[in-house]
Design a protein around this ligand. Structure first.
Ligand code: HEM
Length: 396
């Protein structure tokens, strides 16, 4: 029972443990939303909240629902409450404005073209395209050598991985692996910071070292934690956005033709991929006070898991929620969260997703999943994506 007390969101729900629901959890999540919209799970020792309105209410109220967690490794933006969150977010926002991000477009296009031109008539989407693209982009943004990107991929995989099974041993093991990785990443970024201290460059690490909040600079630890957060929050999620886009393009192949004929539709297509196959399916909070949600009394200190993957398919908010509509508008999905913690990297993720699909359809057509191969889902309670996705295609 204790295993769930601090880190409930790392434990997987038993309802999602079947092979079918690992590949597609949205049917189960919708059923839970209808049958037990707000419930306490004894096994994981946390609340689960499924309806759109309740998830929305929780995410927009950081006073009642805190993001703060105790562990030292978690001292970053994602796990901070106001006022500290506000100060740090203001500072890093400058590097992530839509305009600053738009400037990266030509370089992202080059990287996407390069990766696709190296692929033969068959590729594994994850390994050959969707994983390397965001890793190269983020390492260039941070200003670290892209030759280190293989480490980056391994490190970010460990940071979002869940335990092999539901045992206490597996949970302990994953926590130890994660601590070790955070240690390695800390050493790595401390090394980069030392280099930039004597020789600043035109990159994000140098900018963070010079930035000030109310006359105070960020500490070395704060900068290191932020860099680690960017890796953990930005890589796997964007990889999954791209992979999940391929998945829908092969599940509904007429979309390939429609998007190739009218690339102007790609932005709303990407938003619909985000809603339909969200890379993050759940977001955790802790109640700061006793509070009523959906008729249940949540006690101060209780863990609350909000299920974005269920909210995005809520028929009270979306018409025809289980159908994929490439032109859906409005599309108020919560796949980037909501409120003060709304994803800092959303403009970058959207741009990468857009360019990835646009470039793909310029180079390739008739993209098909290779039949008969096992598709392995990522084992995680909060990430939704695939470990592999083999496709064949015709070059244009
Ligand atoms: C926050 C999803 C890409 C950096 C979040 C949150 C979600 C999310 C749901 C809110 C978590 C919460 O409320 O507790 C995604 C998805 C992505 C993506 C689905 C890709 C499709 C990125 C990228 C970066 C990034 C590319 C940076 C390079 C961050 C950061 C936060 C965050 C720094 C914390 C913001 C804060 O606490 O104020 N993301 N993310 N994300 N994301 Fe993303």
């Amino acid at each position: 029972m204790m295993k769930g007390s601090k880190f409930a969101n790392m434990l997987r729900m038993t309802e999602l443990e079947t092979p079918e629901s690992r590949l597609d959890p949205f049917g189960v999540l919708s059923q839970l939303r209808r049958e037990s919209p707000v419930r306490f799970d004894e096994n994981r020792n946390c609340w689960d909240v499924f309806p759109y309105e309740d998830v929305h209410r929780i995410l927009k109220d950081p006073k009642m629902f805190s993001s703060a967690r105790g562990a030292a490794a978690n001292q970053n933006l994602l796990f901070m409450d106001p006022p500290k969150h506000h100060q740090l977010r203001d500072l890093v926002n400058k590097a992530f404005t839509p305009r600053a991000i738009q400037e990266l477009a030509p370089r992202i296009r080059d990287i996407a073209e390069d990766l696709l031109s190296q692929a033969g008539a068959e590729m594994d989407v994850v390994h050959d395209f969707a994983a390397p693209l965001p890793v190269i982009v983020i390492s260039e943004l941070l200003g670290v050598p892209s030759s280190d990107r293989h480490h980056f991929k391994q490190w970010s995989d460990v940071l979002v991985e869940s335990a092999e099974d539901l045992s206490d041993e597996a949970f302990e093991q994953i926590m130890q692996k994660r601590m070790k990785t955070v240690g390695e990443l800390t050493d790595y970024f401390q090394g980069i910071l030392k280099e930039r201290a004597s020789e600043p460059k035109d990159d994000l690490v140098s900018a963070l070292m010079q930035a000030e909040i109310e006359g105070e600079k960020l500490s070395e630890q704060e900068i290191v934690n932020f860099c680690i957060l960017l890796l953990a929050a930005g890589n796997e999620t964007t990889t999954n956005l791209i992979t999940n886009s391929f998945r829908i393009l092969t599940e509904q192949p007429q979309l390939q033709v429609e998007l190739a004929q009218d690339p102007g539709v790609i932005p709303t297509f990407i938003e619909e991929v985000l809603r339909y196959y969200p890379p993050i399916v759940s977001i955790g909070r802790v109640a700061s006070e006793d509070v009523q949600i959906g008729g249940s009394l949540i006690r101060k200190g209780d863990q609350v898991i909000t299920w974005v993957g269920a909210a995005n398919r809520d028929e009270s908010k979306f018409t025809d929620p289980d159908a994929f509509h490439k032109l859906r508008k409005p599309n108020p999905h919560m796949s980037f969260g909501f409120g003060i913690h709304f994803c800092l990297g959303a403009p970058l993720a959207r741009l990468e997703g857009h360019i990835a699909i646009e470039t793909l359809l310029q180079f390739c057509h008739d993209i098909k999943l290779v039949p008969g191969r096992e598709i392995v889902p990522i084992q995680s309670s909060f990430v939704f994506g695939l470990k592999n996705y083999p496709v064949t295609f015709e070059s244009l």
